[in-house]
Design a protein around this ligand. Structure first.
Ligand SMILES: *[C@@H]1O[C@H](CO)[C@@H](O)[C@H](O)[C@H]1NC(C)=O
Ligand SMILES: *[C@@H]1O[C@H](CO)[C@@H](O)[C@H](O)[C@H]1NC(C)=O
Length: 309
C-alpha cells in the first residue's frame, strides 16, 4: 500500500473503505431478516441492528487508525469492546494517490471532527425503500465540512438479482467529487425534494413557496443530496429542525465540492465543530445552483417558526 503522508487524505481513504464495510453490514442485516428495530423517540425515529453494528464498525475502525480525531456518531451506544471482525483496516488506493489541496495539507488529527450517520434513512430501510438508505461519514475542520464519503449500500438493487450492489461517492473541497456523474436538472425547472416521513404544516408551506414544478418526497438526507448532484432535483427544502449534523456533514462536503450549497433556511452555513449542538435547528436548504432564489422564497412565517443557530 502506498503511503500518503497527508492525514486528511489517509482519513478519506480509510473512510471510503469503512463506509463500504458499513454498507455490507447494512445489507447483511437486511438479508438476515432480523432487523432488531428499536423506537428511539417514536415510530419515526428508529434504530436497527444495522445502525448499531455499522456505527460500531465505523467508529472503532476510524479511531483505531486515527486515535486523536474526534468522532461523533448518531447512535448513543454503550462503550464496549468491538469484535475484531467489525474492524476495517483498508484504505482506498485511488484516494491515497491524489494530491491534497494545499490548505488541508498540514492538518493534524486533533483538528478534525468526523460526523457519522451509520444508516441514514432508517425508516425507509425498515420499509424496503432501499435506494433511500446511505452511510454517511463527514469530515470537518475549523467548523466547515471539508470532505465526505457516502455509501449507498443498495444502489442498483432495482436491477434485480445478479446486479452488483452498492456504490461510494466521495469528495474533498478543492480536489473534486468522485463516484458519480454530475448532472443538473435541465432548464430552469424547479424540482423540490423533501421529507417523506417528517412533514408538517411549516414544511409544506415552505415547499409551496418555492413554486415548484414538481415535488419529490424521499427518505434520507444523503439520498436527497444525491438527487441534487445527479439531476433529479434542483433543491432540497426541509423547514424543520429534524436534521442533525451527522445527516448533513458528508452530503454538504460533496455538494460544495461541485459548486452547490447547503445552508439553513436563512441562508447561513452550519458549523461542524465538535462542540456544536447536534440539531440543525433552522432547517436545511440545499441546491446545486440558484441558492439565492430559494433562500429569497422562504416565507417570513417559516423563518419565525425556526430559530437560527
Ligand atoms: C495523539 O496525541 C498524542 C498526545 O497529544 C500525541 O503524543 C500523539 O503523537 C498523537 N498521535 C497522532 C497519531 O497524531
Ligand atoms: C426511495 O423512496 C421513495 C419513496 O420515498 C420511493 O419512491 C423510491 O422508489 C425509493 N428509492 C428506491 C429506488 O428504493
Amino acid at each position: 500500500m502506498s503511503g500518503n503522508p497527508v492525514v486528511v487524505m489517509r482519513l478519506v481513504a480509510s473512510a471510503y473503505k469503512v463506509a463500504e464495510k458499513a454498507g455490507s453490514i447494512v445489507r447483511k442485516v437486511l438479508h438476515s431478516g432480523e432487523l432488531g428495530i428499536v423506537e428511539k423517540t417514536g415510530a419515526n425515529d428508529l434504530q436497527t441492528l444495522a445502525d448499531r453494528l455499522a456505527q460500531k464498525s465505523i467508529c472503532a475502525s476510524l479511531s483505531r487508525n486515527f486515535p486523536n480525531i474526534t468522532i461523533i456518531g448518531e447512535e448513543d451506544l454503550p462503550a464496549e469492546k468491538v469484535e475484531e471482525d467489525l474492524i476495517e483496516k483498508g484504505q482506498e488506493e485511488e484516494i491515497l494517490q491524489k494530491i491534497c489541496p494545499e490548505e488541508f495539507q498540514a492538518l493534524k488529527e486533533e483538528e478534525l471532527v468526523v460526523w457519522v450517520d451509520p444508516l441514514d434513512g432508517t425508516k425507509e430501510y425498515t420499509e424496503g425503500l432501499l435506494d433511500n438508505v446511505t452511510v454517511l461519514i463527514g469530515i470537518a475542520y475549523g467548523g466547515r465540512a471539508i470532505a465526505g464519503v457516502i455509501n449507498q449500500p443498495f444502489y442498483n438493487y432495482q436491477l434485480g438479482p445478479g446486479a452488483t450492489l452498492g456504490r461510494t461517492l466521495w469528495a474533498v473541497l478543492g480536489l473534486g467529487a468522485f463516484g458519480f456523474q454530475l448532472q443538473e436538472v435541465p432548464g430552469d425547472r424547479r424540482i423540490v425534494t423533501t421529507t417523506r416521513s417528517h412533514s408538517n404544516k411549516v414544511v409544506t408551506e415552505c415547499v409551496d413557496a418555492m413554486e415548484p414544478h414538481e415535488v419529490i418526497k424521499v427518505g434520507g438526507a444523503g439520498n436527497k443530496i444525491i438527487q441534487l448532484i445527479e439531476g433529479k432535483a434542483s433543491a432540497y427544502v426541509f423547514a424543520s429542525p429534524g436534521c442533525k449534523k451527522w445527516d448533513t456533514c458528508a452530503p454538504e462536503a460533496i455538494l460544495h465540492a461541485v459548486g452547490g450549497k447547503l445552508t439553513d433556511m436563512y441562508g447561513n452555513a452550519y458549523c461542524y465543530n465538535a462542540d456544536v449542538k447536534h440539531m440543525n435547528s433552522a432547517g436545511v436548504l440545499a441546491t446545486l445552483r440558484n441558492h439565492e432564489y430559494y433562500v429569497s422564497r422562504v416565507p417570513p412565517t417559516v423563518r419565525q417558526a425556526l430559530k437560527s443557530d
